[in-house]
Design a protein around this ligand. Structure first.
Ligand SMILES: Nc1ncnc2c1ncn2[C@@H]1O[C@H](COP(=O)(O)OP(=O)(O)OP(=O)(O)O)[C@@H](O)[C@H]1O
Ligand SMILES: [Mg+2]
Length: 330
């Protein structure tokens, strides 16, 4: 039996997790990152345990209403794109309430509308119907209270690490004295372990370092909400784990609220308080929301010794590959 899916078995080390991960359900595409495999899922679906849902309640159906007092509220949001073939309904009736300080991961098959949903939270896109509100205020455009970490880093390659972060700090705090702004930059680069690389150009640093710059830049202006769109998808397994741990530490030190897209169930189980699982598009909805109760601070090895880990993991796999299998994955 595959030790990774064995309820009673323990993972011996992270290396076996990583190799299991890549062997079971990930493939790497250049510049696009680790994706749910379109050809490696058959073996996985065979190991999914179908009785989990019957024996214990692991997740809740997608909400049909919101808490009007929630920190971030996605209130009955629908997104329709006009296309040459007529209106294309991407998202249909999305309701989600996120509490202040929560860490939420969003998972779903490619093309179901995850980025579309995040773009409406960041303000780069607007709902066709419904509303997204942050602390009661409708979101209509981007703002410094919501910072996005993109998968492709979105840095200015000809500038140094320091200047990329300074640019953001300067645009949000134009009236602060320069020495203070420089100190904010220095502090945030230190937070993500980039002090040594501060004067390097973006073209001279690795992918993991670029993603650190982009996290430092987002955090340097102290957003209320940190939005991450598959931030670690393109990174190697070890760098990815390091950055996951850094992100958790920063989140627990600064208690911002996090909304993050991932294609990696293990990443979501390690990081999130709740995992939002989306159905397939068109007209995608929130299918179910899984609460992840592992105590914090989380220790990866200890979590993986917990039988609950495999129940949650199998449940999410079953959701994605049996109940909401994607055509391309079959
Ligand atoms: N401007 C647009 N006009 C028309 N259709 C669009 C537009 N932007 C996105 N779409 C479509 O909306 C759907 C959802 O796209 P989106 O990028 O939100 O998916 P996703 O879940 O983030 O996928 P991935 O996991 O591949 O990043 C896709 O079918 C996409 O082709
Ligand atoms: Mg996307």
């Amino acid at each position: 039996m595959d030790p990774y899916l064995n309820h009673s078995g323990k993972m011996e080390n992270m290396a076996s997790l990583n190799s299991a991960n890549s062997a079971l359900h990930f493939e790497t595409e250049p510049n696009y990152g680790n994706r749910i495999s379109t050809n490696g899922t058959l073996g996985m679906t065979q190991t999914v345990q179908p009785d989990i849902q019957k024996t214990r309640k692991i997740s809740e159906p997608g909400p049909t209403s919101v808490d009007p007092n929630g920190f971030l509220v996605v209130d009955n949001v629908t997104k329709v794109y006009p296309t040459a073939k007529g209106p294309f309904v991407v998202l249909d009736g999305i309701n989600l309430t996120i509490n202040e300080g929560e860490f939420i991961c969003l998972i779903g098959h490619s093309g179901c509308g995850k980025t579309t949903l995040l773009n409406m939270v960041s303000g780069f896109n607007t709902p066709s119907t419904g509303q997204v509100r942050l602390q009661g205020q409708p979101i209509t455009k981007p703002g410094p209270d919501r910072m996005v970490v993109f998968q492709n880093y979105a840095l200015l390659p000809w500038m140094t690490v320091t200047d990329n972060v300074y640019l953001a700090v300067d645009s949000v705090y134009p009236d602060k004295p320069e020495v203070e702004k420089r100190e904010i930059v220095r502090e945030h680069l230190a937070m993500v372990g980039l002090t040594e690389a501060a004067d390097k150009k973006i073209t001279q640093i690795s992918g993991g370092m670029k993603q650190r710059v982009s996290i430092a830049r987002a955090l340097s202006i102290r957003p209320k909400l940190l939005i991450l769109d598959e931030p670690f998808g393109a990174l190697d397994a070890i760098t990815k784990e390091e950055l996951q741990e850094e992100l958790l530490k920063i989140w627990s030190d600064h208690r911002c609220t996090v909304l993050m897209i991932t294609h990696d169930i293990d990443e979501a189980l390690f990081l999130a308080d709740r995992l939002v699982m989306m159905t397939n598009g068109p007209s995608a909805k929130i299918g179910e929301v899984m609460t992840i109760h592992f105590p914090r601070p989380r220790d990866r090895a200890r979590i993986m010794e917990d039988p609950e880990y495999y129940d949650l993991r199998n449940y999410a796999l079953d959701f994605l590959y049996n109940r909401f299998a994607h055509d391309d994955d079959e």
